[in-house]
Design a protein. Structure first.
Length: 262
């Protein structure tokens, strides 16, 4: 299993600076890995009492039964994870509000590559961290995977994301979340967050919502923010090269369209 080494944060302490409204229904923040999971999680942690945070870990399919207590409607909690869509997960989350965070597949390939090659991640591709392959070859591995060692993006996007579409999961694009975090003083940011919090089942939209979002979205509080990843020995482009964009379209045809990126 991969090992992720992240620094801690003090958001559970910062949470106490604000009046918190009790969550009345379980809320699960689901996401495709490397789609801004920590950004969404840290923001929402500022709007729910610490006592209602399910802090065991990022919930995934192997721990589904053990962590199913997170969705007990008699004891509502805020939980988060990377959960595959299955018959079992659909049943267990039947009475839970669900947010699904997605990201443009083109940008996801780069984000996944940067994370895999960072010192914060230890996994099956560590032997490539010293530059044994080119950046382009590494990006192709992110797209198509390698047998046994790492899954292709098609498996990740289909089972973590696309399979949840058309259900009562509320879809949020990482790009939209990031834009509004950076433009909190604009009216459209207020509309965005009002709608998000409504879908999360938060009864009150507090007057200090901007300050809470600023604290939760602080990059210093996130061990997975691009700026906080260390140990890179590869220079990654700002945008996915055209050749790799075509490979994404070949590997998972129609993916960007069904997610609303075309």
């Amino acid at each position: 299993m991969p090992i992720i080494k992240l620094k801690g944060d003090n958001l559970h302490l910062r949470n106490g600076e604000f009046y918190q409204t009790i969550l009345k229904q379980p809320l699960f923040l689901n996401s495709i890995p490397k789609c801004g999971s920590h950004l969404m999680r840290n923001i929402m942690r500022m709007f729910v009492p610490v006592e209602q945070h399910y802090r065991n870990q990022f919930i995934q399919l192997p721990t589904l039964q053990r962590d199913s207590v997170a969705w007990d409607k008699m004891r509502p909690t805020l939980s988060w994870g990377h959960l595959l869509f299955t018959d079992e997960s659909a049943m267990l989350l039947k009475d839970t509000r669900k947010i699904l965070l997605v990201r443009d597949p083109y940008d996801w390939v780069l984000a996944r590559a940067r994370f895999f090659m960072s010192a914060e991640f230890e996994g099956s591709l560590d032997h490539l961290k010293d530059g044994q392959v080119s950046v382009e070859e590494l990006l192709n591995i992110m797209i198509f995977g390698t047998p046994v060692k790492t899954p292709p993006m098609s498996d990740i996007y289909i089972h973590n994301g696309v399979s949840w579409l058309g259900t009562n999961a509320y879809v949020v694009k990482f790009e939209d979340l990031l834009y509004h975090v950076k433009n909190l003083d604009k009216l459209e940011a207020e509309v965005f967050f009002r709608n998000l919090f409504d879908k999360c089942g938060l009864d009150i939209f507090p007057d200090d919502w901007r300050e809470r979002v600023r604290i939760g979205s602080d990059k210093e509080q996130s061990g997975t923010a691009r700026e906080n990843l260390t140990g890179h020995k590869m220079e990654f482009p700002k945008q996915l090269p055209e050749a790799q964009k075509r490979l994404v379209d070949f590997a998972v045809p129609g993916l960007r369209k069904v997610l609303g990126y075309e």
